[in-house]
Design a protein around this ligand. Structure first.
Ligand code: HEM
Length: 404
């Protein structure tokens, strides 16, 4: 048993039992952040805050939501929206946050790609990040089922149909996932459980892993400079705070982070109060009806690029292309064969690759929303083939990249 003495303060009492001072140093005051980073490094904190907003607003919605096919639609659109005081506010916060979180995730991902933040010991940050992307996608999809409107029902039908795997006709698997022949009560129950319990739990664990993965390699910086964190931290602690290339996470970097979070929240609440409509599909204000298929079934904007990769091909090829799009980002640290951890603009061909990929995904997103007819389906096909080709050529163009 360790040696305990009579505590002189509450802090001392806690220190003897939980080493709070040591933990605080490791996680905050002696967790070193490079000085040469810009506002894009605040996206991680914005994501953490947005996840907090989703959780709090979700808890309030959960107090009145009813997971039954007969009452779910009215518990959302009547009870929460009209009867409960400020129910509309919690719903708008939840809906807008669910959409905006993906915009920030994409910015955060592409920042990582631009600065090469997935290399040299940062692979686990990337992998845990991609797992967060997958779990957030599942969380968004399962949440979309809950109001039990027309889009909930038909998106649920289309997405679960994918599991029949085209000509393999695994209809038994689809029924097993749904718990019925079509989306019905069993389906709603299990997606409700996933949305309010299992997936949020997985997300919390993955955020913990993501943060832990950052601790040893430290965050990258905007100049691709290889910083010796031990030397620079010593300089800082010896009093040369100006000359050192690093700063403390708390309170130095945190204060900057929170300023960007503040600007984000102004934008966020502007959307919540004045432009919430973009996050709620009008078709989903009709109750689910298994006998009336909507004219166009499309997912939310953040899934459109991968949906478009599924569409322009014959079923089986489309499924393979779709599967490819789902996993390929995960492999980026190994497909990019260059040693350079510098911004893309200093990496020759990779810079072109980066911008073409970004524009291609925007084009895929735009095409995914339009009906697959005429010129739109041709553009969608070209953009999908380009997406696949870009990933295939990546190892070749990065293999012989000049060392910078
Ligand atoms: C959705 C939940 C997420 C949260 C809460 C989160 C949080 C954070 C935080 C706080 C940081 C450190 C500061 C910063 O660079 O912003 C970070 C870094 C990073 N994240 Fe995430 N992240 C999330 C998702 C993702 C996703 C989807 C990816 C993409 C695969 C990703 C990849 C990275 C990378 C590569 C870094 C290192 C940046 C660097 O070293 O400069 N993260 N994340």
């Amino acid at each position: 048993m360790a040696h305990f003495t009579k505590a002189t303060s509450v802090k001392d009492w806690l220190n003897q039992r939980l080493a709070v001072e040591k933990v605080e140093k490791v996680m905050a005051s002696e967790y070193w952040i490079p000085k040469n980073i810009n506002f894009l490094w605040a996206m991680g904190m914005i994501l953490a805050v947005t996840f907090g907003l989703l959780t709090i607003s979700g808890i309030f919605l959960l107090m009145y939501y009813q997971p039954s096919v007969d009452t779910a639609f009215y518990s959302v659109n009547y009870t929460i929206m009209r009867e409960v005081d400020f129910g509309w506010l919690w719903r708008h916060v939840h809906g807008v946050a669910a959409s905006v979180v993906f915009l920030v995730i994409y910015i955060h991902m592409f920042t990582g790609i631009y600065y090469g933040s997935y290399k040299k010991g940062r692979e686990m940050i990337w992998i845990s990040g991609m797992l967060l992307f997958v779990t957030f996608s599942a969380e968004a999809f399962s949440g979309y089922m809950l109001p039990w409107g027309q889009m909930s029902y038909w998106a649920g039908m289309v997405i679960t149909n994918i599991f029949s795997l085209g000509s393999l006709h695994l209809d038994g698997l689809v029924e097993w996932i749904r718990g019925d022949y079509v989306p019905a009560q069993a389906f709603l129950n299990r997606f409700f459980m996933l949305h309010v319990f299992l997936l949020p739990l997985a997300i919390m664990g993955l955020i913990g892993l993501h943060f832990a993965a950052l601790r040893i390699p430290h965050v990258n910086n905007q100049d691709g400079e290889e910083i010796d964190f031990d030397v620079e931290a010593k300089k800082y602690l010896d009093g040369d705070t100006k000359g050192s290339k690093v700063m403390r996470f708390a309170n130095d970097f945190l204060s900057k982070d929170l300023m960007v979070v503040g600007f984000f929240l102004i934008f966020f609440f502007y959307l919540v109060f004045w432009h919430y409509g973009f996050a709620l599909d009008p078709v989903n204000f009709d109750p689910a009806d298994g006998l009336k298929t909507p004219a166009h079934i499309y997912p939310e904007w953040y899934f459109l690029w991968s949906y478009e990769i599924l569409r322009p091909f014959p079923v089986d090829i489309g499924l393979v292309a779709f599967g490819f799009a789902q996993v390929i980002f995960m492999l980026l640290p190994w497909l990019d064969r260059s040693e350079n951890t510098v911004p893309a603009n200093r990496r020759g061909k990779f810079a072109i690759w980066f911008w073409v990929m970004l524009v291609d995904m925007v084009v895929l997103t735009a095409m995914g929303k339009l009906p697959p007819e005429g010129i739109f389906s041709t553009i969608g096909l070209i953009a999908s083939l380009l997406f696949i080709a870009m990933w295939i050529i990546l190892p070749f163009i990065t293999k012989n990249e000049k060392k910078v």
